[in-house]
Design a protein around this ligand. Structure first.
Ligand code: RRO
Length: 283
């Protein structure tokens, strides 16, 4: 058993928020699969259809998405929170602080875990809070001032690239070490651009999108490794980014991740990816 906050996971591999976790059918598929938890698509106060036009593309090396927070609204994820065979975690990405507080308070007592996504790269005019230290500290102070949170609580972070960023972000997160049970590193690499032949790979958001897939493995491993040294040891780290094989899972775990999430490979292979990865880490 893997313990993260109050959650007990049967194994260290589950889905990343984003692919195939928006609708009830998709959540039911995750329940039937070997994913050790059910993590939902990031939700907002109101349902959203997301960005228009083709918004996902991938090849063997990369994925690019500009989904634009398409989701069924936080109440849907609250209303479907019971009766699962494994931990149920809701990803929350309110469009401002007030929305986040409303959603977190509303989910309290209904869901096992909350992953607050401070790192969505695809909403025009909305900053990635995880790249603004003052804003991130302000958000966390306000969220934890409101109420004590019983659900296991974590943050989905952006990828960082400068050593000083890791130090500064860790100082902020460590201030809240009694409230924050885990951090997930990393979200997609924001504002990438890929060509498919002579056309932009996606139409949404002017072709710009978050980059995931095999090619971002070194970024994910580096982020987990840096944070494992800098964060208080009571805060678990969930590795995310570029996992395609059991060896990638083992590498994240050996660098200090307690569990891992799978995004692009889950999008590509469906729920069979969990069984494949578990088989590959056992043998
Ligand atoms: O919905 C999205 O466009 C999206 C989100 Br919220 C996120 O956190 N990361 C991402 O790559 N896409």
């Amino acid at each position: 058993m893997i313990t993260i906050g109050n959650l007990q996971l049967a194994g260290p591999i589950f889905n990343a928020s984003g692919p195939r976790c928006t609708t009830l059918e998709e959540l039911q598929d995750l329940n039937r699969s070997m994913s050790s938890a059910i993590l939902t698509k990031s939700c907002t106060l109101e349902p959203r259809i997301g960005n228009l036009g083709k918004r996902y593309w991938q090849n063997d090396l990369w994925s690019i998405n500009s989904t634009g927070l398409a989701n069924l609204g936080w109440e849907f994820y609250r209303d479907n929170s019971q009766g699962w065979d494994k931990p149920y975690i809701v990803s929350v990405a309110g469009l401002n602080l007030e929305d986040n507080i409303k959603i977190i308070n509303g989910l309290q007592g209904h869901v096992g875990g909350i992953e607050l996504n401070l790192s969505c790269p695809n909403i025009r005019g909305k900053r990635q809070v995880a790249y603004s230290y003052d804003m991130m500290e302000f958000y966390l102070r306000k969220i934890f001032d409101e109420d004590s949170i019983d659900s296991t609580f974590g943050l989905k972070l952006s990828p960082y690239f400068d050593h000083c960023q890791f130090v500064e972000i860790s100082e902020i997160i460590n201030e809240f070490k009694t409230e924050i049970d885990f951090v997930t590193c990393v979200n997609s690499l924001g504002n990438g651009y890929l060509m498919d032949g002579d056309q932009p790979a996606i139409e949404a958001n002017g072709g710009f999108g978050g980059i995931g897939g095999k090619a971002i493995l070194p970024i994910g491993l580096g982020n987990v490794s840096k944070f494992r040294v800098l964060l208080h040891n009571s805060i678990a780290i969930i590795g995310c980014g570029g996992i395609t094989t059991g060896q990638d899972v083992k590498d994240y775990l050996s660098l200090g991740a307690t569990a891992v999430q799978v995004g692009t490979a889950f999008m590509e292979r469906g729920t069979s990816v969990f069984e494949q990865l578990y088989r590959e880490i056992l043998y």
